[in-house]
Write a protein that binds this ligand. Structure first.
Ligand SMILES: O=C(CN1CCCCC1)Nc1ccc2c(c1)OCO2
Length: 330
């Protein structure tokens, strides 16, 4: 089998939302597909009304195919401090024409304020590795892991775009979705992530390649590109008026500044070009005077995060069959 589903950016490409259908009759939710985590959780009939602000809630009691996973609970905290928790049902889940009949659907009986405030986001689907799933006493497998053996190829691809809808595809590689060739690089999944190491980077079209291994995760659920502070400092040295502002929580610069492109190396002789335009995230003030950088430090995380600022510049193959990541220009 193969599948393909559209994924639509929210304002400033802060996140991408993807339609997912749960249960019988189908309940349609808009979900944040997150390759940086491994739980599929949703706003639900169990989420306190005070914590729901317009989200669509999955109601297992209205699904003839829902079965409670007795005794199972979950709780998760993300790197940005947001969190959620609840219990678990098994139900039919359909996305992009592929479906799995007994997917663990983690229903939220509590969500943190960040999720309540994210009014178009009805939940998260983690597509990292099941080893870091947070359901206890028995960990659950991800939607992709459940599908894997029935897919034509044991892989999925992400084609996120800047300010336009893109696609997640399952089981096949769309040759029309990228230019040139796909460069593959090994994935180390021992921490449960799609973790890989870039050999280095280049700042600007005429910059010199800097050999500097950067170990990080391919994370569709993180908005920005989070790299070592030495790299980030070197980049913003080229942006007039840029400075680190603790009040804003990162590097800020005048919105009319000229931003150099940033090249992330892949394998022995390939690189992904992030256009300067992608290196500005959003205004920090209502006048739109100063802007928050799309590149920020990975301080305190323990590894870098190749988030949407990077991923939307590439066609990305998450190849579980060969434990590798494929990257191509587009
Ligand atoms: O938490 C996330 C992504 N997360 C995806 C699910 C929704 C909430 C946001 N990214 C992240 C991961 C590590 C971090 C961080 C952010 O800021 C500092 O360290």
């Amino acid at each position: 089998s193969t599948g393909s589903v559209v994924t639509t950016p929210q304002q400033y490409d802060v996140e991408y939302l993807t339609p997912v259908t749960i249960g019988t009759p189908g309940q349609n939710l808009e979900i944040d597909i997150d390759t940086g985590s491994s739980d599929f959780w949703v706003f639900s009939s169990e989420t306190p009304k005070s914590q729901v602000d317009g989200q669509t809630c999955y109601n297992p009691n209205k699904s003839s195919t829902a079965k409670k996973l007795e005794g199972a609970t979950w709780e998760i905290e993300y790197g940005d401090g947001s969190s959620s928790s609840g219990d678990v049902y098994l139900d039919k889940v359909k996305m992009g024409g592929v479906n799995f009949s007994s997917q663990a659907v983690e229903v939220a009986s509590k969500v943190s304020a960040e999720f309540t405030a994210d009014t178009n986001n009805d939940g998260l689907m983690g597509l990292a590795f099941g080893s870091i799933n947070q359901v206890r006493p028995q960990k659950q497998t991800t939607f992709f892991e459940n599908l894997q053996s029935s897919l034509d190829k044991p892989l999925f691809t992400a084609d996120l775009k800047s300010g336009a809808p893109g696609h997640f595809n399952f089981g096949y590689i769309d040759k029309n979705a990228y230019t040139g060739s796909i460069t593959y690089t090994p994935v180390n999944s021992t921490q449960g992530f799609w973790m890989w190491t870039s050999p280095g980077y280049t700042i600007g079209a005429s910059g010199k390649f800097k050999s500097s291994p950067i170990e990080g995760i391919a994370d569709t659920g993180t908005t920005l590109l989070l790299l070592p502070s030495s790299v980030v400092k070197a980049y913003y040295k080229n942006v007039s008026g840029a400075s680190y502002q603790s009040s804003n929580g990162g590097y800020v610069f005048p919105c009319d500044a000229t931003l150099p492109s940033f090249y992330v190396s892949v394998g022995d002789d390939a690189r992904i070009k992030i256009p300067g335009k992608y290196m500005s995230y959003a205004p920090v003030d209502s006048q739109g005077q100063n802007c928050f950088g799309g590149l920020q430090t990975d301080d305190g995380i323990g590894f870098s995060i190749f988030g949407d600022v990077f991923l939307k510049a590439a066609f990305v193959v998450f190849d579980a069959g060969k434990e590798r990541l494929g990257l191509a220009a587009k």
